[in-house]
Design a protein around this ligand. Structure first.
Ligand SMILES: Cc1ncc(COP(=O)(O)O)c(C=O)c1O
Length: 390
């Protein structure tokens, strides 16, 4: 029999999908730039700079039953999370990070010939998930202040639009979805998905009035959340969503058995048992966000957008400063930020809120750039220029 090296063909719809490019890891960045890992300041993926509650490591260390599968229904965690969210366990579904829940939900509702509507700029995974489901993404540009353009959204809806997805606070622009806009979208009868990955940073009022409490009253409202950001558990992967009960079994059918690992279950329960610690951390990050925004606003070459998340978006407005030059200066000093490929954000940069020391280090580099622009009109080219890959 011929042992040719012909490869079986990939499904054309999968071959066409553009890979989601996450923020670069410390090791990958260090390998690319030569800056040692211990000198890096990672502000590109909206992770918490703080460890999780100390109860997490303690509980994971003493637990002994890792040889057993986790409870597939996560009963105890559901009860704890119901107390935290105010939503009954019958509405809650866990996942291996909320990214997975997005992909699963998309597969429940979308296939070839269907469309999803979102308001750009926003989290780029919605595009990836939509193309993976074989559907089409309709991206309606936000207004100049990044609020959603409701008349444009309503005008762009098509008969085949089955899902509307909005992120609140929106990554990367930082603003909340207005309640009146949400109500108008719900009235369209489409499934409305609100991604609240960053809601814990938006203030007590926003958390108390989150649409998650209204999920039981609507057949077409889903709210997604994660422990990755506020709880410092990005590496352990735990997301969840609040769904109308009629959707719950369908999402769960798309999950493989034991979707969420036991360590993540334990970590989430310990987090929910230590909310005062988490609230202190959140308060520190919110204060640091405002400090960071103030530092950025002092730079005459930047425009800063107000943020309710743990990140700040800034636009490089001085035409003498290219994004590449800004990036090289940041990267040669070990500061990793998030840049964008899409034309609407071509001159923008997103900065995750880190520790006070991270902001101080960033402030020094920003001041150096400002001085260069004042003295010579252009930034001094970094000697160790790096070639940004994304
Ligand atoms: C808006 C938004 N939703 C979801 C996620 C993914 O969260 P998780 O770590 O739970 O998959 C992110 C992560 O950056 C995000 O920005």
């Amino acid at each position: 029999m011929e042992r040719g090296n012909r490869r079986p063909s990939i499904r054309p719809d999968i071959a066409r999908v553009e890979e989601y490019v996450p923020g670069e890891s410390l090791d990958a960045f260090s390998a690319r730039t030569g800056v040692p890992v211990e000198r890096l300041i990672k502000l590109n993926s909206n992770e918490s700079p703080y460890p999780p509650s100390p109860r997490v490591a303690a509980a994971l260390g003493v637990f002994t039953a890792y040889n057993l599968y986790p409870d597939p229904d996560g009963h105890t965690l559901s009860d704890d999370l119901a107390r935290y969210t105010g939503v009954a366990p019958c509405h809650l579904v866990f996942s291996n990070g909320s990214n997975e829940l997005i992909a699963q939900l998309w597969r429940v509702f979308l296939g070839p010939g269907d469309s999803v509507l979102t308001c750009s700029p926003t989290f780029s995974l919605y595009t990836t998930a939509t193309t993976l489901a074989g559907a089409e993404l309709i991206a309606v540009p936000r207004r100049d202040d990044y609020e959603i353009d409701l008349p444009a959204v309503l005008g762009a809806l098509r008969d085949d639009t089955r899902v509307i997805v909005l992120c609140s606070p929106n990554n990367p622009t930082g603003n909340l979805l207005a309640r009146a806009d949400l109500d108008a979208l719900l009235a369209t009868g489409r499934l409305v998905v609100v991604d609240e990955a960053y809601i814990e940073f938006a203030g007590d009022d926003a958390l108390a009035h989150s649409p998650i409490q209204h999920v039981p009253d609507h057949d077409n409202l889903v709210v997604l959340r994660t422990f990755s950001k506020w709880a410092g558990l990005a590496g352990l992967r735990l997301g969840y969503g609040a769904f109308p009960t009629w959707i719950v079994p369908h999402v769960r059918k798309l999950q493989l058995p034991f979707e969420v690992n036991l360590a993540a279950h334990i970590a989430a329960r310990e987090t929910l048992a230590d909310l005062p610690y988490l609230r202190r951390r959140i308060a520190e990050l919110v204060a640091e966000r405002d400090h960071l925004a103030a530092i950025l606003a002092e730079q005459p070459y930047l425009r800063v957008f107000p943020s309710r998340g743990n990140f700040v978006l800034a636009e490089i407005t001085d035409p003498r400063l290219s994004v590449a030059a800004f990036r090289v200066r940041m990267e040669s000093t070990g500061i990793i930020l998030r840049y964008f490929r899409t034309p609407d954000l071509a001159r923008h940069v997103r900065l995750t809120v880190g520790t006070a020391a991270d902001t101080d280090a960033l402030a020094r580099v920003l001041a150096g750039l400002r001085d260069d622009l004042n003295v010579s009109g252009v930034p001094a080219t970094a000697e160790r220029a790096v070639e940004p890959v994304h």
